[in-house]
Design a protein. Sequence first.
Length: 197
Amino acid sequence: MRYWLSLEVYRDGSRRLRGLFTPVMSARMYFLDFYVYPPLIILCLVVAFETVAAGKLAEMLALVIFGYLMWTLVEYLAHRYVFHHIAGFRGLHEAHHAAPNELIGSPTVFSLALFYCLAYWPIASMWGVRPAAAFLAGLLAGYLSYVLVHYAVHHFGSHGFRLMKKLKRQHALHHHVSQQRYFGVTTAFWDKVFGTN
């Protein structure tokens, strides 16, 4: 598998190029999403709702909710088509299937760039900064819930929570029964819509 290049600084101060996408990430790199995305979501909400007119409040809230719901579709489509069919991503995802408890994921800088280029920038160009920030807040909240749920289904028990038990079961079916089914991680809705459940 080819890896995108990054500069790594070692303890002795030396620097070497290595792959940005490597099969197993350091814990610091893997958990960076949990430190970067919450403040970014809050920033987007502040931008979206700061001094917003009373008549636009419902519109901004609807954009946040729409962004969150859109994430569930993006999650499904990315898992089904990108992670299982596009070469570089497929190799990384195969590594995850081979070792599901390892810290394997995409670097935060990559996901940030995708969110900016594919969501924020186009929407801000068409409708302005505030609507783009509202939509992005929902989209990022959806992504953060995906990262959290995906980690939890692999590393924690359900602790008696019915929803968590259902999500763990669905993801286990994807890993152990059919990799061509059960693509949703945070919801089974799109699997039902597209007949992959």
